[in-house]
Design a protein around this ligand. Structure first.
Ligand code: FES
Ligand SMILES: [Fe+2]
Length: 354
């Protein structure tokens, strides 16, 4: 990748069509980065929340536990005896007992007891504890990583600092307003479409009526970027305090993206967190998780009609997936003004895949 966007070409289309690259991306990209795990609203005290990390792709069975003192852990959800899944549903509990042969673990993953194991030599050892993964907490949101190559702060700090004036502690997870979308396109095509506002006037007539396209900006950080959607006159926008860097701007939406697959869309009503879960070379599941802090503002401005915008994006991205299979197209160029975010994403893909 040429670091100069004016000289650069986009990544080769093989990335969106090759099963080999799709497979390699698991370890080279996803295992080294930070993935969304859960929201603390989903946990009881004390209790456990089991989940599959990126189901159908990474498929790692994990469990988040919370003890009486609200101490959180992210653990392997695989029993160290014969590999049974330990916790099968979200529950309130003080110890985890395996339903296969009764091995018991404490909520911090330590081996506690095992029936019929008196004769076993050199037992238990550390290997009988559950594997513990790193956990990064931002307000109610929890993230983990299989083999973090970089600190979570390198991914999240810029976003956290930029909007530290928002009442994030008041966000309520709303499963009733959350939804999964199944898109027939490679995960990276879905992401790179998100990373430019260039297509808004062409693809999203409704959204275009809310946003001032001329004032739309993209800012690049190391492993994240921010697109700032500025409201047209009289459209809904944030009430930004004078201590904040964006004071004086009519921000309708903060579109933060965190490499490789997390999109944090903040609107005056709260957060739409979109997680792009690869499920095949040319298919993805995109989960829209909704967190609300001001219900009265739902349905206004750029944060309304998200389902329509999603349909418009899916339509175009699925057409691109068909196009990148062509023998006559394998790369293109970037608009210097409008495709900085996509160029940055492609640069990261190239670096991680090396
Ligand atoms: S697999 Fe868990 S006790 Fe045997
Ligand atoms: Fe779009």
């Amino acid at each position: 990748m040429d670091p100069d966007i004016a000289k650069a070409h986009t990544i080769h289309t093989d990335f969106y069509t090759s099963p080999l690259y799709f497979e390699q991306a698991k370890e080279k990209i996803f295992a080294n980065c930070w993935n969304y795990a859960a929201c603390t609203d989903q946990l009881s005290t004390p209790g456990a929340f089991p989940f599959m990390l990126l189901p159908g792709f990474i498929n790692e069975p994990l469990v988040i536990t919370q003890d009486e003192k609200n101490e959180l852990k992210c653990l392997s959800n695989v029993c160290t005896h014969r590999g049974n899944l330990l916790v099968n549903e979200t529950c309130s509990l003080t110890r985890m007992r395996c339903k296969y042969h009764g091995r018991v673990f404490s909520l911090d993953g330590k081996f506690v007891s095992m029936p019929e194991f008196k004769e076993v030599e050199n037992f238990p050892t550390d290997a009988d504890n559950l594997h513990q993964l790193p956990l990064f907490k931002w307000e109610k949101l929890l993230f983990t990583s299989l083999h973090p190559k970089f600190k979570a702060n390198d991914f999240f700090d810029d976003m956290m600092e930029r909007i530290n004036w928002m009442p994030l502690e008041q966000l309520q997870f709303r499963p009733d307003l959350s939804k999964d979308y199944h898109v027939k396109a490679n995960w990276a095509l879905y992401c790179e479409n998100y990373l430019e506002g260039f297509h808004i006037p062409f693809v999203h007539a409704g959204l275009n009526a809310e946003l001032d396209f001329g004032a739309y900006t993209t800012e690049i950080s190391f492993y994240s970027s921010l697109q700032l959607g500025i409201a047209k006159k009289d459209e809904a926008c944030f009430d930004i305090p004078d201590s904040a860097i964006d004071f004086g701007k009519n921000v309708a939406a903060y579109y933060f993206w965190v490499f490789p697959n997390l999109m944090f869309n903040f609107y005056p009503w709260g957060l739409s967190l979109n997680i792009v879960n690869p499920t095949g070379v040319s298919e993805s599941k995109v989960s829209f998780l909704t967190f609300v802090y001001d219900e009265s503002k739902l349905g206004q401005g750029a944060g309304s009609g998200l389902d329509t915008v999603e349909m418009e994006d899916e339509y175009i991205v699925e057409k691109v997936q068909e196009g990148v299979r062509s023998r006559f197209y394998n790369k293109g160029r970037y608009s210097v003004k409008h495709e900085k975010g996509t160029h940055h994403f492609h640069t990261l893909l190239a670096n991680f895949m090396q």
